[in-house]
Design a protein around this ligand. Structure first.
Ligand SMILES: NC(=O)c1ccc[n+]([C@@H]2O[C@H](COP(=O)([O-])OP(=O)(O)OC[C@H]3O[C@@H](n4cnc5c(N)ncnc54)[C@H](O)[C@@H]3O)[C@@H](O)[C@H]2O)c1
Length: 336
């Protein structure tokens, strides 16, 4: 008999680390994690970690021969900045890797006669505001608005959302008998800020980088202008959103991709928050015009009304609580 479990790809990354922590705390029996890197935390027998490549088809086949995968959190990806330096490689990992996993989940859904639940973290990078004027005019964007990404990462995310919807709702639509299809659910996250991990490779990372540098007593030159605004969310809320969406009743969902967010602020506001807790922080602004262009194309805020209505989404950490109760205490502890 195969053992029934949850698969987490990209498990050694920022979100994976927090997600595994929460799932283990909830008493999840069997978690299989997959990443190119080893896990940063030792969960002993609670997590079976496979160090390997998502693109390794033989590895995925072995995995399903051993485990009955009921839920997949597909976190593995090349993030926005890295993806711009290696766009074709990003396409391979972000699109072909996702396609391979969607295929695997489809086959498993048919075998089981029950949908495999497939959770996918998308991003504000799936949006593309054509100008700063329009960004200012249309601040809280809805899921279907301004889907004109300008980065390889954003294109990958938007297309994978579409692929997920296809495999859920239209896969083998011309077959005489429609197979049981997977249950795809996606979240468009804003920039995430974690107290535990230092970000790498995201273009929204100037916020968390500023904070971690201040806690380490190091100067920081922010790569966007002071007036640059995008939405953010504390990492525990990102994990909460993933788990809430995974547990939501299928009948209550009116969409397959949901915006979720907590607070929106400018880079200068972010600096002011950091200075409140680290008054000696040395933060300057040295915009990198190219990365600036990418952040300018992302919306200033997200409208997450549908997530709030359909599955009761509400962040626990607003701006004040994120800094006072999560980021600052844990970051101080981390570097003390
Ligand atoms: N952190 C954010 O602000 C943010 C915002 C929106 C969406 N997301 C999405 O959430 C997911 C997780 O993000 P994160 O911040 O934890 O990123 P991260 O870079 O910290 O983690 C990604 C992990 O994927 C792994 N990985 C990359 N290629 C792989 C491959 N071929 N095979 C196996 N593993 C591979 C990496 O080793 C890494 O540990 C990503 O899909 C990302 O696009 C993140």
């Amino acid at each position: 008999m195969r053992k029934r479990g949850i698969l987490i790809t990209g498990a050694a990354g920022e979100i994976g680390d927090s997600l595994i922590r929460s799932l283990v705390q909830q008493g999840e029996d069997l978690i299989v994690s997959l990443d190119l890197k080893p896990l940063g935390t030792d969960y002993s027998k609670k997590v079976t970690h496979i160090q390997g490549d998502l693109m390794d088809h033989a590895l995925l086949s072995r995995l399903v021969s051993e485990y009955e995968i009921a839920t997949i959190y597909h976190l593995a990806a090349l993030l926005s900045t890295r993806a711009e330096f290696s766009p074709e490689m990003a396409h391979q990992v972000n699109v072909e890797g996702t396609l391979g996993l969607l295929k695997l989940a489809s086959e498993q859904s048919e075998w089981r006669g029950e949908p495999v639940l497939f959770l996918f973290p998308s991003s504000i990078a799936a949006y593309g505001m054509p100008s700063l004027k329009l960004k200012d005019e249309f601040r809280r964007v809805r899921e279907w608005e301004w889907n004109y990404p300008t980065t390889m990462y954003g294109c990958n995310k938007l297309y994978c959302e579409m692929l997920g919807i296809y495999y859920s709702q239209h896969y083998r639509q011309l077959a005489v008998e429609r197979p049981v299809t997977l249950d795809f659910r996606g979240l468009r996250f804003p920039g995430l800020v974690s107290a535990y991990t230092v970000p790498s490779g995201g273009t929204s990372d100037y916020g968390p980088e500023m904070l971690h540098a201040a806690a380490r007593g190091e100067p920081y030159a922010c790569f966007v202008r002071e007036d640059t605004a995008i939405p953010f969310m504390a990492m525990p809320d990102a994990v909460k959103a993933l788990l809430m969406l995974a547990n939501a009743q299928a009948q209550s969902l009116t969409r397959r991709i949901y915006n979720v967010t907590s607070f929106s602020l400018s880079a200068a506001d972010f600096r002011d928050q950091v200075l409140k807790f680290f008054p000696k922080a040395q933060i300057s602004f040295e915009p990198d015009l190219k990365r600036q262009g990418i952040v300018d194309s992302w919306p200033a805020d997200l409208n997450d009304n549908d997530a709030r209505r359909d599955w009761g989404w509400k962040p626990d950490f607003d701006l004040i609580r994120s800094f006072e109760e999560y980021l600052v205490p844990y970051i101080k502890q981390r570097y003390s």
